[in-house]
Design a protein around this ligand. Structure first.
Ligand code: SF4
Length: 394
């Protein structure tokens, strides 16, 4: 029998936010004594799966069986395909349950098309992701733009095929001959384009398997951005072959836009723990949202990073700067669950239309506004965090 989760409303979001900003929790919460963080109550506040949709092939796979073994008594609904499940993605009533569905619903599927795409900005290559969707609910997130009215995590259970594909691709490249801004020596593969690997690790070993695979690929490096501090990742022993990019933005923006994420101060403070555990630690300054006072607040953030990060993190750190882009369809979905975010994100007077790589019609800051903002932000970094090398600004 299917359990009926309680409804959610925009008003619930205050209660659903994973951590209150004022929480004085340690930067990297310790795993409970004798157990993994993913079994803790903090982890369950992020992901408390009460409904699984699954393709039959995913259910039959070893990874699918492993995931379900950790979710005893959770009802499973078989679906023909993981993409566009009518009662999930096609149900406009789900907009008001946007965050609740992310907390309580999991989709298991088999990734059919395994392709690695060139990138050249954040990474050399975009690897086929082991998930699509996210339990966090950033209002600007591009992942749900074509997903309709819900965007919970879809985990791909054919992880062996994904890793075998990536391994073949790495071997086909041979050694990296020319340094570039992605990395001076290694081919960098983004492994988390459409989700957050730290949260995926709460329910399955896909992230652990990818980190382990890159440990054995001396010419390549995995890379993923995250807004969630998951201490279980500290035990994965990446041996320098995985780059974690903690996304940061000013507190005032994060409180409004980064729904259900770890506090920015925790992400920054976790940098030393992750470095010491064998990760390379970079930062994504993203998205940069322009509003009255943005320069003052970004300056405060950079000063904070300069104050709290130890020298060993600063010495190896680099940053990506990504200016906000938005999308008409997502704007309309957001109006249904988090309209106050749209006051900040949807600024037609300052934004212009842009056709993205996948054909979607997005908006971004007008060329002159964006240029001037990037010049100003680079100046703030030079003044307050001169150790922070900018890999690229976009
Ligand atoms: S953490 Fe990343 S993938 Fe998840 S909702 Fe936020 S932007 Fe999207």
């Amino acid at each position: 029998m299917h359990r009926t989760p309680p409804g959610s409303s925009p008003e619930d979001l205050g209660q659903q936010a994973l951590f209150d900003w004022e929480d004085a929790a340690p930067a990297t919460p310790p795993a409970p004594p004798g157990g993994a963080f993913r079994d803790s109550s903090r982890a369950r506040r992020m992901l408390d799966v009460r409904q699984v949709y699954a393709e039959p092939a995913a259910l039959a796979s070893p990874r699918g069986r492993q995931i379900l073994a950790r979710l005893p008594e959770v009802p499973v609904t078989e679906v023909a395909g993981h993409w566009r499940i009518p009662s999930l993605h096609g149900n406009d009533g789900n907009v008001t349950r946007w965050a609740r569905i992310k907390t309580e619903t999991l989709v298991l599927g088999v990734k059919q098309t395994l392709t690695t795409r060139p990138n050249g900005r954040s990474a050399d290559w975009i690897a086929p992701g082991a998930s699509n969707g996210c339990a966090m609910a950033c209002a600007y997130c591009y992942v749900p733009r074509r997903k309709g009215y819900a965007n919970p995590i879809t985990l791909f259970t054919n992880i062996e095929a994904i890793i075998a594909h990536v391994r073949r691709h790495v071997h086909a490249q041979g050694p990296k001959r020319e340094p570039n801004q992605c990395d001076p020596q290694s081919w960098v593969y983004d492994i988390g384009e459409n989700g957050d690997c730290s949260v995926d690790a709460l329910v399955c070993d896909n992230t652990a398997d990818l980190v382990a695979a890159f440990r054995r690929l001396p010419t390549a490096k995995a890379s993923f951005a995250t807004k969630f501090v998951n201490p279980d990742l500290l035990a994965l022993d990446p041996q320098g072959r995985t780059r974690v990019r903690f996304s940061v933005m000013p507190e005032a923006d994060s409180r409004l836009l980064d729904i259900r994420t770890s506090p920015v101060t925790d992400r920054i403070a976790a940098g030393a723990d992750f470095l010491d555990a064998g990760y390379e630690v970079h930062f994504n300054l993203s998205p940069v949202v322009l509003r009255p006072g943005w320069q003052r607040d970004w300056a405060d953030l950079l000063v904070h990073m300069d104050d709290v990060l130890p020298g060993r993190v600063k010495e190896q750190a680099a940053a990506e700067i990504i200016m906000l882009t938005h999308n008409q369809q997502l704007h309309e979905v957001n109006l249904g669950w988090h309209p106050t975010a749209e006051d900040l994100l949807w600024q037609p007077a300052a934004q212009e239309a842009k056709r993205s790589e996948n054909g979607a019609l997005n908006v971004r800051y007008a060329r002159r506004i964006k240029h001037d903002a990037l010049v100003r932000l680079r100046g703030l970094i030079a003044a307050h965090a001169p150790w922070l090398r900018i890999r690229y600004a976009f």
